[in-house]
Design a protein around this ligand. Sequence first.
Ligand code: NAD
Length: 479
Amino acid sequence: MSPSKVSTLDFETFYNVVDGKQRGSKEIHHGVNPATGKELWDVPIASEKDLNDAVAAGKKAFPAWRDTPVQKRKELLMKFADLFTQHADEFTNLLCHESGKPKKFAATEIGGVSGFIQYHCSLEIPEEKFEDDEKTVYTEYTPLGVCGGIIPWNFPLILSVGKIAPALLTGNTIVVKPSPFTPYTGLKLVELAQEIFPPGVVQAVGGNNELGALLTTHPDIAKISFTGSIATGKKVMEASAKTLKRVTLELGGNDASIILPDVDIKKVAPEVVMGAFQNSGQVCVATKRIYIHESIYKEFLQEMVNFTKTIKVGSPEDGDNLLGPIQNSMQYEKVKGFFADSKAKGYKFAAGEPDVSTSKGFFVQPTIIDNPPNDSRIIAEEPFGPIVPTQPWSDEEEVIARANNTNTGLGACVWGKDVEHASKIARKLEAGSVFVNSWEKPTPQAIFGGHKESGIGGEWGKTGLLAFMNAHVIHVYKS
Ligand code: NAD
């Protein structure tokens, strides 16, 4: 179809997408709108047969897609970006319903979809050539085959596109499994994609954790691109080892933010708060520990508290809200556990002690814990909610060691007027992405991945393309 024609798409009926066709199921589940607690639309749960059919269709479609010139693949991806943009409002609305995000943040995620695809389409697939008197060695990269993309609930759309765009660009086919908490935008995205791509190239099967596990053991899936928790990531790697699948694991983090004594306190403190509480703290690279130089500790914390108290929390429809609810009841209970633990241990709630036990829906007012001990849960674990600890520091090497004293290594931030000095500290932080004078804002222009238990490998950017490819080296000897 022509992308200039607005396609009609029903945003209230949802299907799995197998071999270019919508597919229902006898088994149904549904998401819950976290702002209202009300059940959302029915969604079919894919059976093992649905998955097997999808993988078979992906395998059948692979040779022709692989052999489609990369320029043509890019053209189709760009058409898809255009087509998606025509439905931006409907997708924003759907994302608000399934995730509870305030509308302007949902719109940012939606806007990121075409940006993500467009950037990937500007990339060339890497290649190298070596020549000496005896031979020419061509290092080329070829696609893997059928990939499986397993998605979490915190950014259901952009994290789907973050797998689909590089997989398709590099000539793979892909089967996406959205989170059971947020199945809607992912399934609709793939349904829309059928208007552009040949059957079997991009497919979606919705379902629970068990379906995810089936992807990781399927013999005809060549690679799993997984984004989710560290605990599940370990299971994915273990299961994938049985068939030696390639895996990319994008997992949880416990990002440190180091505040140097020369910062502009009034300007930086609200930014640091946003780094912690963006998407209600439900971000893998949210700031989760804040280390403030002791000479400005009190004043900086006070500015953080002042800003935090102005943050409005509420439903997506209210344009003023900066934060929405926690996305699901399971996570809500988990986050409440961090509040309860901090309270039971007698830690100081710098921004007040929100009454989470009686709040309606899954709403949590953000708060800051003032200087809890190093071995506290709130320092050592990832809450994935709007609660963040601060601690003072005095010695630079010591605070770097404290920031690095974790089994995770996803992101980190350093804030300071002297950019060179801040960048020097950034290079000593053991994390995949370190931000100087900004809170964590991952971008498609660079590979994104974690050190230590925050992941294996990485995707996005030019280097990230290699995660979807095999090296294929051709040695040509001169006769
Ligand atoms: P999760 O690990 O519970 O679930 C993620 C996905 O894995 C879901 O689709 C789920 O159905 C599926 N799954 C569950 N068990 C499985 C199994 N045994 N085999 C295969 N798939 C299985 O994670 P979540 O609660 O949805 O997401 C929150 C976590 O994700 C946080 O820890 C967060 O830090 C992390 N995260 C990481 C990144 C990143 O890029 N590094 C991005 C977003 C979220």
